[in-house]
Structure formats: structure tokens, C-alpha cells
Design a protein around this ligand. Structure first.
Ligand code: EPU
Length: 336
């Protein structure tokens, strides 16, 4: 276990904000996590658990304890002729898991290639891309209750997954720390090419797990800035779901508005499109910008502060609310 005081989090958030945390604790196994949870000082302090910090916005220095899991490992725990169950440590880098599964010929997560972050955080947020979400392959999630110090293995139903949501997302309601995620992958994969750009990218090519992974990686590299080059946290907002009536109003004025049908006759509208219509795409305000290839991504040109990013995000929300009457909800989690 590593316990350090006054640690810079610059390497632990993909916006690369040079904030500090009062305490930083990294643990390698569940026994150490159990010790931390039972510690009285820990219980009194403010704390958050992070993965690679690829979905966080630190608005200030953090006056508490930042926890990070170094529980690693990918283990086959069950297998039959059709499927394989992989139990993965929460601290395992997500894209390493995808690369491993693809190399083995096990399908189910290839569309989720190159998403930054670690496996535990992926299961908290229900990461998704190109028509797939991690919930589609989750078998179970092992997590420790921060209040009772007990471990529970949650079935996928118990995780209460929906679009970028789960029971683990709001630690105030349900304070759990994920230590392992078990995925059920297929030895006879069905390919999911519903996302138009992915299908196009594969035209004339043999379709297999490797070519899908390559196509996803190339699409992501074109649209999304690499956090190693330009600080960002992927999509800053979630795509809003609106009523059919609201959608019709927008379509009258903008016949080309993109949309995806949702349950109950509702409609999901891409936030990137709404933001682009408001004129922000490619705009730079000091050290903060709205990415020129994907308006849903806010970027740090080098010396932005969390406050500046939050302020720019607020300006975007106000403009979208004023023009479309739609409330954008950040996908990124603000840490104050
Ligand atoms: N669009 C614009 N302008 C923009 C951006 C997008 O008009 O600046 C339009 C596109 O033309 C397209 C539509 O919006 O018609 C959707 O765009 P895109 O396919 O790029 O996907 P998205 O809805 O903006 C979501 C996820 C991404 C995921 C992609 C692909 C959310 C919040 N974001 O973005 O996830 O990679 O779909 O499946 O759901 C992330 O969560 O960090 C993330 C990158």
C-alpha cells in the first residue's frame, strides 16, 4: 500500500489539471482496501476513488483522500464451448482488457476499444461507444460497501445500469468500491456494426474482432483528441433525451437534426450537434477550447484551471438552454 501526502494529481486526471490532493492512497489487494475502509481517520475524511481520472474535473485542490486501485489481473473463471467468463481487477487498464480479449478471439468488447480509463471505473459509468455498452457483457461486479465494510457480488441487474449510469455512480447514495468485474465474452461473436461510420470503415474488409478494433481505433483517433496530447475527458456532456414533442419543434427549424429513438417514444439528440449549432465548435476561450472535430469534447490547451473549464461548460449549457430549451447534463464528474 502507498500512502502519500500533498500529491499532485496532474498524472491522475486526463484534463492534466495540476491540482493537489491532501492524501493519496494506492492499494494492491482487497485486504488492504478493507483495512483502509475500517480506519477511523479514513472514515472522518472526505474521500473519492479514481481510476485513470478520464472522466473527472477537479475544480480545486482536493482536501481529502484520493484512493486508487492497483488490483490487476485478468483470469478465466468459467468457460464452455460458447463463452468465457473473465474476472478482471478494477485497476486493470480498460483498453488492455479489450486488446487481450480481441487477441484471444473473445467477442463483446471490441466496439469499446481505446476508451481511456480503468476497468472499475468503466463499470461505474457504464462506458459505451459505437452501439455497445459495458453492461451488455457484465456478468457480475464485486464491490465493498464503505459503510458496512462488507463485500457483495452484484448481478448485472443489481447494478441498475442505464445510459452512463449505475448504482455506483452516486457514492452518497450507495458508497461502494469496485474491486473486480466479471465479463461474459463470446467465443462465437456476433458483430455489432449498427453505427454507420463503423460499417463504412469496414466496407470491403474482412469483418472480425481485430478489424473491428482497428476501425474503432481509427474513428476515435480522427474524432477525439488523445489525452496524452491535449487534455480532455472525452464527451463532456451526456446526450440529452427529449420528448417527441420537443424534438418535432427542433426538427421544424432544423430538418437535418440527428436523432436516435429511445424508449417510450422519446428521442436522444447528440449534444455535440446542439453545441455546434450554438457556434462553439472550434472556439477557444483562453486556455480552454471546444474541440474542432467533436464539439462535445472540451480541451485544455495547456494551462487551464478546473474553474475555467467549468465556466466555459456553463456558458455552453446556457446557450443550449436558451436556443433549444434543453438542459445538458455533464457526463464528467466535478470534484470540488
Ligand atoms: N455531431 C455534430 N457535431 C459535433 C459532434 C457530433 O453535428 O461536433 C453529430 C454527428 O454528426 C453525429 C452525431 O452528432 O450525427 C453523433 O456524433 P458521434 O457519433 O461523434 O457521437 P456522440 O453522440 O457525440 C457518443 C458518446 C461517445 C462515443 C460515441 C460513439 C456520449 C455522451 N458520447 O458521442 O462517448 O464514443 O457516441 O458511439 O454518449 C464518451 O463518453 O466520452 C465518448 C466519447
Amino acid at each position: 500500500m502507498r500512502i502519500e501526502q500533498n500529491v499532485s494529481l496532474e498524472k491522475y486526471n486526463t484534463f492534466h489539471l495540476p491540482v493537489k490532493t491532501r492524501w493519496f492512497i494506492e492499494y494492491e489487494n482487497e485486504e488492504d482496501l478493507h483495512k483502509i475502509l475500517r480506519d477511523e481517520y479514513f472514515q472522518e475524511c472526505l474521500s473519492i476513488h479514481i481510476g485513470q481520472g478520464s472522466n473527472l474535473l477537479f475544480v480545486n485542490d482536493y482536501n481529502g483522500i484520493v484512493l486508487h486501485s492497483l488490483i490487476r489481473g485478468i483470469e478465466v473463471v468459467a468457460e464452455d464451448e460458447h463463452s468465457v467468463h473473465l474476472r478482471i481487477g478494477a485497476g486493470e487498464v480498460w483498453d488492455d482488457v479489450v486488446a487481450y480479449a480481441v487477441a484471444k478471439g473473445w467477442g463483446g468488447i471490441e466496439n469499446l476499444s481505446l476508451i481511456p480509463g480503468e476497468t472499475g471505473a468503466a463499470a461505474v459509468q457504464n462506458i459505451g461507444a459505437y452501439g455497445r455498452e459495458i453492461k451488455d457483457v457484465i456478468e457480475s461486479v464485486e464491490a465493498w460497501n464503505q459503510l458496512t465494510f462488507e463485500k457483495h457480488t452484484f448481478t448485472v441487474e443489481e447494478c441498475e445500469y442505464s445510459y452512463r449510469q449505475s448504482r455506483f455512480k452516486n457514492p452518497h447514495q450507495d458508497p461502494h468500491i469496485i474491486t473486480y468485474v466479471t465479463l461474459k465474452l463470446s467465443k462465437t461473436p456476433v458483430f455489432h456494426l449498427e453505427y454507420g461510420a463503423l460499417k463504412q470503415r469496414l466496407e470491403g474488409k474482412e469483418v472480425n474482432l481485430e478489424t473491428i478494433r482497428e476501425a474503432v481505433i481509427s474513428i476515435r483517433r480522427e474524432k477525439l483528441p488523445a489525452p496524452t496530447v491535449l487534455g480532455n475527458a472525452g464527451s463532456f456532456f451526456m446526450n440529452p433525451v427529449i420528448t417527441a414533442g420537443q424534438f418535432e419543434e427542433i426538427r421544424k427549424q432544423y430538418p437535418a437534426v440527428p436523432s436516435y429513438p429511445e424508449e417510450g417514444g422519446k428521442v436522444k439528440v447528440p449534444a455535440g450537434w446542439l453545441i455546434e449549432q450554438c457556434g462553439f465548435k472550434g472556439q477557444r476561450h483562453g486556455e480552454v477550447g471546444c474541440y474542432d472535430k467533436q464539439a462535445l469534447v472540451l480541451v485544455n490547451y495547456g494551462n487551464a484551471t478546473g474553474d475555467e473549464i467549468a465556466l466555459f461548460a456553463e456558458e455552453i449549457r446556457n446557450a443550449v438552454r436558451e436556443r433549444f430549451g434543453i438542459e445538458l447534463i455533464p457526463e464528467v464528474k466535478y470534484i470540488a
